[in-house]
Design a binder for this molecule. Sequence first.
Ligand SMILES: [Zn+2]
Length: 115
Amino acid sequence: MLETTPDRRPPFCPHPDCDSRTNPAPWRFIKKGFYLRRRSPHRVQKYQCSRCRRGFSSATFSPAYWLRRPDLLPDVFHQLVSCAGFRQIARARSVSHTTVRRMSDRLGRHCLLFH
Ligand SMILES: [Zn+2]
């Protein structure tokens, strides 16, 4: 659930000032190669918006985008679903409770987008 598939189509342009969200005309993107990285997914697809000509990647839509500890996200999700507290989760993972709170906020936003 929390992993992104590298071949998934981007739903929209992630740049907030791009008119792809307000213009009802079909939005297109161009595949612009990929880059490799050490963590999973090892191959990340790069795209270019056809309207604003700016680039983004499949990692942009990932819940673990720009996280320092992406390995914690599935554990935090399952602990939050089982009604554990922020400090309780943080103590078990040896991280700060604010880290867990930020992950909870991020997971909430992604759940809203999913629905
Ligand atoms: Zn765009």
